[in-house]
Design a protein around this ligand. Structure first.
Ligand code: AFP
Length: 327
């Protein structure tokens, strides 16, 4: 793309300068945008940066960390804790919350530094997901992070795919930026809306035999297509990175499910409330979709009990989420 073409786009800093944001939030979002641009370069370098493969460490979720999980977690933690408006951070990759050293920060930032880790070594899409809360205290403890998703003042993600994109909400709609050379984010998607109806669903079908009856009925209805009760054919997609599956839904509609299943019945689901469920739910609701635990109960109303809590997820096109509830 030529510089002349790119000159027609509003950049990230100008866009958020024109938004009515509280003191300090703008700066926190700038740090997130800048660091995601840096992460994009590291992800793109892959083997050239020695960034592929396992780190040899296990995280708090009992999952093997990839080198890029560790590198991107450090990049975000260092950048955010250096920002005077950040009171503390929490990450999918860290056991405990990290309070900032300077005592005047107003915001808490929670993140999954590299969602879709199993995609790293096969050069498939991965992303960074973030959630921003107001801090009740300048010296926060874990209890201060335990706020329902509805309290988020901003959330978003960067998707490192065919293009690198940053998708953001500060509570009044959803905007998307595409990364140009030198890490410049340009506003390419000023008002993202999810269509209410869809013919596309996303679920890991290999877990089918473990699902609860309602999910079985819903997916069976989709698979029967025009010959079944739904009376229309469905397509299926599964990227194994929530960030990419949700991005597709924001771009063209669809539903995404990661339900409770019988493999580990004591676990409510696989996905993490604070780093995946809440930030994506705010984006989906702000784009006109529904984000629920089960087709009905909004994810954003869950009162968190633990930092690394897991939840079931059913989100996407509003009328199709209603079909999940009705199944
Ligand atoms: P990791 O980033 O920990 O690998 O997990 C990604 C994820 O939490 C989510 O982004 C995907 O939708 C889901 O896992 C994929 O899960 P399956 O491995 O069951 O397909």
């Amino acid at each position: 793309m030529t510089d002349a073409t790119k000159a027609g786009f509003v950049d990230f800093d100008s866009h958020i300068a024109s938004a009515a944001l509280p003191d300090g939030l703008r700066e926190v979002l700038q740090v997130l945008a800048r660091t995601c641009a840096e992460i994009s370069d590291v992800v793109a370098d892959g083997a050239l940066a020695g960034a592929l493969g396992a780190s040899g460490q296990i995280n708090v979720q009992d999952e093997e960390q990839k080198k890029l999980d560790v590198m991107t977690n450090d990049m975000l933690t260092d950048a955010l804790l250096a920002c005077p408006f950040v009171a503390g951070v929490a990450s999918e990759e860290m056991d405990e919350v990290q309070p900032a050293i300077h005592p005047a920060g107003q915001y808490l930032v929670l993140f999954d530094p590299l969602d879709g880790s199993s995609n790293i070594d096969i050069n498939a899409p991965v992303g960074t997901i973030f959630s921003v809360l107001a801090s009740p205290s300048p010296t926060p403890t874990e209890a201060d992070f335990m706020q329902p998703g509805r309290a988020q003042v901003a959330s978003g993600y960067a998707l490192y795919g065919a293009q690198t994109m940053l998708v953001l909400t500060t509570g009044s709609g959803v905007t998307g930026f595409t990364m140009a050379p030198e890490g410049r984010w340009l506003l390419t998607h000023p008002d993202i809306r999810i269509p209410a109806d869809t013919r596309e669903f996303a679920i890991n079908m290999s877990n089918q035999r473990h699902w609860a009856d309602g999910v079985q009925r819903y997916v069976t209805g989709c698979l029967e297509g025009a010959d079944g009760p739904r009376g229309k054919n469905f397509n299926m997609r599964w990227v194994a990175a929530m960030v990419a599956d949700v991005h597709r839904i924001l771009m063209r509609g669809g539903v995404f499910l990661y339900p409770w299943d019988r493999r580990e019945p004591e676990k409510p689901g696989k996905l993490r409330l604070m780093y995946e469920g809440n930030p994506m739910a705010l984006l989906v609701e702000q784009a006109g979709g529904k984000a629920t635990l089960d087709g009905v109960a909004p994810i954003l109303d869950v009162v968190p009990e633990r930092l690394h809590q897991r939840v079931p997820v059913a989100l996407g096109s509003a009328n199709e989420v209603d079909q999940i509830a009705a199944a």
